[in-house]
Design a binder for this molecule. Structure first.
Ligand SMILES: *[C@@H]1O[C@H](CO)[C@@H](O)[C@H](O)[C@H]1NC(C)=O
Ligand SMILES: *[C@@H]1O[C@H](CO)[C@@H](O)[C@H](O)[C@H]1NC(C)=O
Length: 256
């Protein structure tokens, strides 16, 4: 009995030492871990639920077979979504600098980079609409984008087989009226941009495009999303900036 009590006491002391709340109250709701440590978990939960806890809307206007779009997709967007996707409301608009014309009852698209670029746009648009779940279509489109100098339909087949995705309905869509109607919706979204886009990739943050937002997105999208998010409990990746990684190495102790 005595041993048990001592053990319990030791355990309690360890918990106390490890979980000391030495953080200013303004930051008590900054993470679930801190809230628990400072014994305000329930209060923070209530507070956060009542605060505008909406994800950051981020929209990428781009086109397939576009080297700058591919770089942004691979170096910033995909990695950021993997880390802080839980606080992002991400929309992809594959249309870019294309233009369209209605011939009969069908929209026809023209692309600066030629026919294959338009085909790539429609394949990605069909993938978004058919796969529906962004956790499925984002890796798929990322894979297509990461193939360079290859026809998008061939890239799509390769990626689909790697990922166990049924590519047939996507390719069928891309050559049908359905695909052309869906791509027209991407054209409408792109043409509605205020200000109008003058290059791709072109981004909006909560519906807004400025030079500063664009620059920040291209330089460090993860940080831009983390800074913009107004809700509580930011993902852990938001606090793992390069600086604290360095101090972890130096001090062998994470910086709080
Ligand atoms: C994401 O944004 C769209 C508008 O772009 C909105 O309709 C939708 O409700 C948002 N989703 C979430 C989960 O906030
Ligand atoms: C992208 O493709 C290259 C080969 O071209 C490959 O080495 C790399 O792992 C791919 N990247 C991702 C994130 O899949």
């Amino acid at each position: 009995m005595h041993v048990l009590k001592t053990a319990a006491l030791c355990f309690f002391m360890v918990v106390q030492v490890v979980g000391e709340c030495n953080i200013p109250p303004s930051q008590w709701c900054s993470s679930e871990e801190v809230a628990r440590t400072c014994q305000v978990y329930q209060q923070c939960k209530d507070y956060i639920q009542n605060t505008a806890n909406v994800p950051v809307r981020f929209t990428l206007y781009y086109e397939s077979l576009c080297p700058a779009c591919k770089d942004f997709f691979i170096e910033q967007l995909y990695e950021t979504f993997q880390k802080v996707g839980s606080i992002m409301n991400l929309t992809l608009v594959p249309y870019g600098n294309a233009w369209e014309q209605k011939i009969g009852d069908q929209w026809v698209f023209y692309c600066q980079g030629g026919k294959q670029q338009c085909i790539g746009n429609v394949i990605e648009t069909c993938a978004i609409n058919i796969l529906k779940n962004i956790d499925v279509y984002l890796p798929f489109i990322h894979c297509i984008e990461n193939y360079s100098g290859i026809q998008p339909s061939i890239a799509a087949q390769g990626c689909a087989s790697q990922m166990n995705i049924d590519v047939a309905p996507i390719l069928k869509c891309s050559t049908s009226k359905m695909g052309s109607d869906l791509e027209h919706q991407m054209a409408v979204k792109t043409n509605a941009l205020q200000p109008r886009h003058t290059y791709v990739p072109w981004v909006t943050l909560n519906g807004v495009h400025t030079k500063a937002i664009q620059q920040k997105a291209v330089d460090d999208l993860k940080q831009l999303i983390c800074e913009t998010y107004q809700g509580g409990y930011k993902p852990v990746a938001c606090s793992s900036l390069k600086r604290s990684v360095r101090s972890y190495k130096l001090n062998n102790k994470p910086e709080i």
